[in-house]
Design a protein around this ligand. Sequence first.
Ligand code: 5GP
Ligand code: MN
Ligand code: MN
Length: 317
Amino acid sequence: MEISLRHVANMLNEAERIVITAHIHPDGDSLGSMLALYASLAAQGKKVWLLLDDEVPAVYRFLPGAELIRRPEGKMEADLLVVLDASDADRVTAVVEAVRAKTLNIDHHISNTKFTDYWYIDSQAAATGEIILDLLHLMKLEITADIAVNLFTAIATDCGFFRYANASSATLRHAADLIDRGARPHVIAEQLETKPLASIMTLRGVLDSLEIHAGGRIATVTVYVDAAENAAETTEGYINYPRNIEGVELAVLFKPVDDNATRVSFRSRRLDVARLALGFGGGGHARAAGCTVASGLAGAKEQILRAAERLLAESGL
Ligand code: 5GP
Ligand code: MN
Ligand code: MN
């Protein structure tokens, strides 16, 4: 059932035992939103758990409270399971199965499949972190400096530090509010940009894998998972290189997992890549989306390129 932000606030006020989770392959928005909501609810004396069916990438371990995130173990009961920044059940299955509770989804993905008992989706928000900030204000909860750091990171990472099309004047007002409450953008940017040497070594191989298709409109790169694991477990950022090439409408990053699975990320300037990802059981936003193709690298590449060229033609690009 779709509910208002006021109704979300009431549900959180009424619940005593609350589990917070977010999508697998975590990013700044999912983690920052989880940690901010956790800190505000725990400060009210509620019993709150942070569960995630994945590891926290090294680059996000500076976020205040990151060490409190656990993997689900066995079954448990709670009053409410809050699912943040996740647009479909595939991305949170293990936690949903482990926790017996009413489920509430707070999200900003246009591709959201409405998979919980209750949901609040604002696809105008650049990040789930923006919605959480509005929620904390509505609930009149204190926004500490630690919460501000988490929410600033959530918002800034999902809109490329205010450079992408989803960054609105409201996004910048939210960010300014968080700076007033103790978030320091240059410190956060420094944390996010400092990489281990292995990550830059991996970048060499990623650039070497660059391929151009469809007369220069599609650019692809491939990241091998082993190499990515060495590169501090995150491959975020590599896709910006093909995305930034002149004339490229669609950038694709392939991450081979095994003979039957390839992770795929999409970025675009004008093309609706959420549509492309949905066609392969994934999802995301109009200009940033992803999916997992049930095939090895060669098969995945062929299927994706065929679908992408069709979408380019249909979109007149
Ligand atoms: P990324 O390319 O950074 O992994 O993801 C880009 C966007 O697409 C993010 O908003 C992310 O939540 C979404 N996304 C990526 N992969 C998937 C997927 O497999 N399923 C769904 N539903 N969304 C995805
Ligand atoms: Mn996310
Ligand atoms: Mn998000």
